[in-house]
Design a protein around this ligand. Sequence first.
Ligand SMILES: [Zn+2]
Length: 308
Amino acid sequence: MLDLFQKTISKQTEFKGIGLHNGLESVIKIIPADENFGIVFKRTDLELNNIVKANFENVSSAKLCTTIQNSFNISISTVEHLLAALYITGIDNALIEINASEVPIMDGSSKEFVETILKIGVKKQNSKRKYLKILKKFEFKENEKFISIEPNENSLNVDFQLVYSNNVIGKQKNKINFSDKDLSNVYTSRTFCLYEDIEQIRKIGLAKGGSLDNAIVIKDNEILNSTGLRNNKEFVNHKILDLAGDFLLSGSRILGSVTCIQGGHSLSNLFLRTLLKDKSNYSIIEIEESKTIESYFKTPTNKLAVNA
Ligand SMILES: [Zn+2]
């Protein structure tokens, strides 16, 4: 089921934590915003040129996380899990204030963001939501990585496949329909890495804040986190979460069926840039009222079915 109208958060909320890559503590505030405002970040540690719009054209790096940057080289990194939380909770408009250059990693998933937003509530606004509807099949390949999208009038569906030579991860595949009511297996799934890669990642100045509190770490045939996995497809579910966050950078919720093999932040961004360059691939639409959840419960037959 789709939403007819735009939404914002009911009231301001904040989160505190450390950056996965820079290891520094930061505070973010999610602040209600007017209709048609979109998702906009503001670096409150800087006085000038501190606005960065959440848009795929502002992605300056997609190495291990998604970084967005404005024309004054002011950036914010690891935006994807917060954006995925906004996607899942239905938020279209929000000002995100942050006092540092990286969004806190929290527990490595979108759990805390989603649960707090759901507890606070979202507010329906007066303007209709605009969806990006895919009009024809479009594919993109980069070496062994593949992504395609096909028209789907009703939702964003993501069919994702991971292939790792590590036995614990192995080949993992899952299909998620983002119009489903319960997406908890997606938003609670944590980021992950192989123990053997940590040294190399730290050498290039990343993952300074990484620990077993905010990532699943796999060493040979063992998961080092004492509590194990949160669901049996946590690795691929996290990749689907990343994709939803990265896709919100298109500026709209996308209606289409995605198939992705071995994807990641970089592939998602290259894909959006190529897909959206050609206007014959998509149209920006408002949906018909008959497809919304409000109208479903308004029709007498459905009401009877629900009460039965
Ligand atoms: Zn991630």
